[in-house]
Each structure stands twice: as structure tokens, then as C-alpha cells.
Design a protein around this ligand. Sequence first.
Ligand SMILES: C[S@@+](CC[C@H](N)C(=O)[O-])C[C@H]1O[C@@H](n2cnc3c(N)ncnc32)[C@H](O)[C@@H]1O
Length: 220
Amino acid sequence: MLCCKQKAKHLTLGLSKTSEVRNAETKSVEDYKLILREFARDPFAVATVCPSSPFLARHLANSLALSSARVVVELGPGTGALTEAVLPRLKPGVRFLAVERNPALCAAWRKRYPGHDVVEGSVADLQQICRSQGIESVDCVISGLPWPSFDPELQKAGLTGVHQVLSPGGQMAAFGYHIGLLMPGFHRYYRMLSHYFSHVERLSWEWRNLPPAFVTRCTK
Ligand SMILES: C[S@@+](CC[C@H](N)C(=O)[O-])C[C@H]1O[C@@H](n2cnc3c(N)ncnc32)[C@H](O)[C@@H]1O
């Protein structure tokens, strides 16, 4: 039998758990609203109407050797759906930097991860951004970027930037949506990957995402 004090403790714990769940739900509704609003403002750069699912985020994070990385960069973190899977996999002391072009998404990410660095800027300027942050070389790049909807110049500048900052043997994991396969920009981007990386692997599909997506892992 629980005494009154223990019962009160159990009740309090139960209540705090409920409010945690409620907070998480509110956060996710806010994320959806923000992504949708920014998509309406800039559809080609945001390129999605909702954040990536936790399943896709885990899939991407598990495709990189994050536990042995010393420097990790996330491109296009948006509301932080992928970040949520990446950060717990990093060893203490790892340098983590996010690069987000959209000011509203950048501000939302900064608020959500106050102890971590995010630079408002474009992947096209990745090398300068890394240098300005004292980063010479990067072990893993996790990309949430809509590469197929970029024009050829941005695809080229972005891949050049990633290649310049990656250490030899460094890897980039990126996702692509199934509908993206219909875009000419996807095939151009995919062809470019083999110019920049020694090894390009298309990993399995993640159907538990809207829209369904697959992961590509590229090794320098
Ligand atoms: C498809 S959303 C992915 C958001 C988030 N990573 C996720 O998985 O839910 C693409 C993100 O890339 C950002 N982005 C687009 N172009 C960019 C660029 N040139 N440099 C950096 N970020 C960019 C967008 O603002 C947006 O946050």
C-alpha cells in the first residue's frame, strides 16, 4: 500500500509527464506551422510542408559514424528534426555547427538548441562559414537540403563547399524525396555527386516520412 506522501509523488510525476508530452505536442505543432509558413514564402528553398519524421532522422543519423566524429556540420536544419537524432549520438566535446539560410528557421533552431552554434548563411559559402567558426575540416555532414530544387550553380557551389570542408574519408548523408526523382534537378545533382565523392551509395527507403524518402551516403 502506498502512503499518502508516495501517492502524491506518483501523482506529481504522472502530471509532469503529461505536461512534457503536451509541451512536445505543442512544439511539434509550432514546427509544422513554421515550416508551412516558410514554405509558402520560399517553396524552392524550404521544399517541404512538414519537418522530417523521427524515423527518417534516425535513418540519416545511423548512416554516419557520428560516435567517432570530432567535427559535425548540419546543413539546412530547419526546425531541428534531424538535429534531434544527431546530437545524442555525439561524444562530449564534439564541435557541432548548423548552417541555415532561412532567418525565421534559423531563429527557431537557435531558440530550441541554445547551447549549439548555428550560422545564418548558405551552403554555397560553407568553406568561409567554417573558417569563420575556426573549423578547418569536418568529419560528417548531415544534409537536410533540397538539393534537387537548387539551380545548377547552387548545386555546384554547395557540393564544392562540402567537398572543401570534408576531411579525407569524411562522409555526407543526405535525403531525397521520392517525388524528387521526377525532377531534372535530381538527376543533375546525382550525376554531380560522383564528381565530388569517391563513393556514392543510395541506402534504403524510409517510408515513414511525408513524403517517403531515401538516404544517400557520400564518401570523400
Ligand atoms: C527540406 S527542408 C529540411 C528541414 C529539416 N532539416 C528537416 O529535415 O525537417 C530544407 C531546409 O534547407 C534550408 N536551406 C535551403 N537552401 C539552403 C541553403 N542554400 N543553405 C542552407 N540552408 C538551406 C531550408 O531553409 C530548410 O530549412
